[in-house]
Ligand binder design. Sequence first.
Ligand code: ZN
Length: 290
Amino acid sequence: MQRLFGLICLVLIATAVPASAQERLKTIASFSILGDFVRNVGGDRVSVTTLVGADGDAHVYSPTPADAKRIADAKLIFINGLGFEGWLPRLVKSAGGKVTIVTATAGIAPLKLGSHADPHAWQSVSNAKIYIGNIRDALVAADPASAQSFRANAEAYLAKLDILDREAREAIAKLPQGRRKVISTHDAFGYFAAAYGVEFIAPVGVSTESEASARDIAGIITQIRSAKIPAVFLENMSDPRLIRRISAETGARIGGTLYSDSLTAEKGDAPTYIDMVRHNIKALTSALGD
Ligand code: ZN
């Protein structure tokens, strides 16, 4: 009798828990920007664990055994693709390989840098909208019962991205044409440059895995002088010493920090993607305006 009573209590407790909390779809995002996208579309129906967190560098990440465990427990893993997460295939394999991999850049025409695809597609807000569509479709497929909620969340977020895209275009259009040139640490702003018309020159290539050579740096310094590039920018995930040195040698001022591959912690400048793009626009317009 006591056992039966216990069983009834258990059933009562189980049914008292709201369905959303009980059945949250477990997902993983490879890096912080993607984690923010998945959170916005998933809302309270989805739990999101981010592998490369705030201020982290996904180009050179070293996965931990805890990451493999998290992936083994998850239903979906969202990745950027385009060669961004070179460490990921091995990690997924070591996690048992059962998780569904969702490539958030599917359908985006990648820019090329040499023979490689440039992975930083999220830096154009219109591409971010493609990420959101892919995330929505993958969540709907994995949890059709929550489809309505995912679609509504995606629609609301896409509307915010439309506003953001317009803000970026208007802000950059106001800058004098001859001043729309900056130096950043690594080649992360190709999509931003193509979308909004600011030229970026970077001493480090498209991945932070390689270091700038003395020749690369000398070339950049010559370029800053001859093209009269007004400002250089730091990154939250890269060593600031290189940019400081270039600034000291050329007199180009440091325009602050641009956030490229990683969000900041809650209290930083860029805790969300939308905050990140707004911060970058503000940093660029205040450094390049006349
Ligand atoms: Zn990068």
